[in-house]
Design a protein. Sequence first.
Length: 149
Amino acid sequence: MRYVYEIVNSLGIVEHIGETNNTNRRWREHVRDKLSSGRGKFYLRQDIVMNVVATVETRKESRDLEEQLQLIYGLETDRMKKSKASSIGAKKVGKVQANKIHTCPHCGKIGKSPSMFRWHFDNCKTIRESDRMENQSLQDPSYLDPYHL
């Protein structure tokens, strides 16, 4: 036996539609306050009531009725939640992955993204040393001439 239920506030607005086989357990999950298992969606809400809308035989029937009622009341359905979750993963496409291996063109060092971009490429030590030598030779020509001390 499956139950489709609605949670309604004191103004008569439906805030949640769900389905379960045990309404008492499900109500406790919605209003629970235990820190170890997480707070329920309606924690500390005194203005809500749970009403059983329908009783059906199979889970498929209860899921279909739940989705229909969610659409009627303008609530987010499980399919909408799943599509939102899959679009979150799609946003990562094209971004730099932390495990991608790169090679510095200046010193030949091979490593993973975060540290490589911090210490190599434009910040590579070999570039800094060669720049330092060029700058010092322009300022002090004796740097290049070992006999001129």
